[in-house]
Design a protein around this ligand. Structure first.
Ligand SMILES: Cc1cc2nc3c(=O)[nH]c(=O)nc-3n(C[C@H](O)[C@H](O)[C@H](O)COP(=O)(O)O)c2cc1C
Ligand SMILES: CC(C)CC(=O)C(=O)O
Length: 396
């Protein structure tokens, strides 16, 4: 049994109470703040305007981001009493690996925008807290260096479906060598969404060399350039923009992609039940219900509403993960009760990174898991399996 397996199987009897005491007894204000709105405001204060706008922003008017919150809030938890929930166990098994909790860090590009230590600070925090980090295709640091910072802690790799098959093959092989446990293929970003705040600032901060670190470190990508990217960075960025996604791909292409991966494949960005069925038919090992944190289609369905419909259509034999709008342990509970096997958080940990680097990411993870543990205790659940649909009701 590895250290992470042991952590995942031991009952986490007191995560929430331990964290509460730490904060109450410390005699100083927690940094970053616990409250999600205060956390966001602290990140805004810590960052240049354009960096915060890019990280915080959504597509168009931001209505999908708002709808993500409403869609989660509509589900109300029904606590049960006298459930003998003193000992709680929040470990889950995903693709044969025992995880400490049903929480992962979503792939987030260009983390150096939030903090100089960027992906490496996140990686160290994730490893310490034993929460899987999903390396972004658009990371600021090559995946080999990020993996090195994590020891044997769990990590996955997120792939954008490039126009170049050779580049896809190279990135997948590198992810396997870097010890990733799964490949997440993001489907909802064949083109970048219309992002009002970035447009008004005429700033797209991921468009600089650090945002293409996975590519600059890739032999297949480098071979596509006439000059080394160190000599002509703009040509490298132009090449990246020309090939990093492929809007022409369709469902018929997915089985071949799944077949070429030795690792489990998840598709991220599924919102429609029929698409979930197609993905399962194509052979995916998991689905991530997500609207990219409201960054792609303004006016899109709230992610939790999509989750409910997708679980109703395809069940939960193929693991369904969820992101977009999770801000609290109560939100984690709601998503699990709707049928998610685990959830991802995006902006909250990046806000923590912006405010306090590695320690900030750790604090965000610990606060979230503490609140989740207390929600389980107070709702009367001892295990993740007990968090089922009977625990929530929908208010209109
Ligand atoms: C600044 C930023 C960069 C992101 N970069 C990526 C990325 O490189 N790949 C990807 O699949 N999703 C990316 N996402 C989407 C996240 O993985 C995730 O779906 C989303 O943040 C979840 O919503 P939340 O922020 O409300 O938790 C990004 C999101 C943000 C906020
Ligand atoms: C399109 C990517 C480069 C980054 C991303 O996924 C995002 O900004 O939401």
């Amino acid at each position: 049994m590895t250290a992470s397996d042991a952590a995942a199987t031991a009952p986490d009897a007191a995560i929430g109470p331990v964290r509460q005491s730490e904060i109450y007894l410390a005699g100083r204000l927690p940094e970053p703040p616990v409250d999600p709105d205060a956390l966001r405001a602290a990140a805004e204060a810590a960052l240049p305007e354009a960096a915060f706008a890019y990280i915080d922003g959504g597509a168009g008017t931001g209505s999908t981001m708002a709808e993500n919150r409403h869609a989660l809030d509509r589900w109300r938890i029904v606590p049960r009493m006298l459930a003998s929930a003193e000992q709680r166990h929040s470990g889950v098994d995903l693709f044969g690996r025992a995880l400490r909790s049903p929480l992962l860090l979503a792939p987030i590009g260009v983390q150096e925008l939030a903090h100089a230590d960027g992906d490496l600070a996140t990686a160290r925090a994730a490893a310490t807290e034993q929460v899987p980090m999903i390396f972004s295709n658009q990371a600021s640091v090559p995946m080999e260096e990020t993996a090195e910072a994590m020891g044997d802690a769990p990590r996955w790799f997120q792939l954008y479906w490039s126009r170049s098959d050779d580049l896809i093959a190279s990135l997948i092989a590198r992810a396997e060598d870097a010890g990733c446990d799964a490949i997440v293929v993001t489907l909802d970003t064949p083109l970048l969404g219309w992002r009002n705040r970035d447009l008004d600032l005429a700033s797209l901060p991921f468009l600089h060399a650090k945002g293409i670190a996975q590519y600059l470190s890739d032999p297949v990508f480098r071979a596509m350039l006439s000059d080394p990217p160190e000599d002509d960075p703009m040509a490298a960025i132009a090449r990246f923009l020309a090939i990093y996604t492929n809007p022409a791909i369709g469902w018929a292409d997915l089985p071949a992609l799944c077949a070429r991966c030795r690792l489990p494949v998840l598709v991220k960005g599924i919102l429609d039940p029929a698409d979930a069925e197609r993905a399962i038919d194509a052979g995916v090992d998991g689905i991530i219900v997500s609207n990219h944190g409201g960054r792609q289609v303004d006016g899109a369905v709230g992610a939790a509403d999509a989750l409910e419909r997708i679980v109703a259509a395809v069940g939960t034999n193929v693991p369904i993960l969820f992101d977009s709008g999770i801000r609290s342990g109560a939100d984690m509970f709601r998503a699990l009760a709707l049928g998610a096997r685990a959830v991802l958080i995006g902006r909250p940990y990046i806000y923590g990174l912006a405010v306090a680097g590695e320690a900030g990411v750790r604090a965000v993870i610990r606060n979230l898991l503490a609140e989740f543990d207390l929600t389980m205790a107070l709702a009367g659940c001892r295990t993740i399996a007990e968090i089922d649909r009977s625990r929530i009701i929908r208010r209109e």
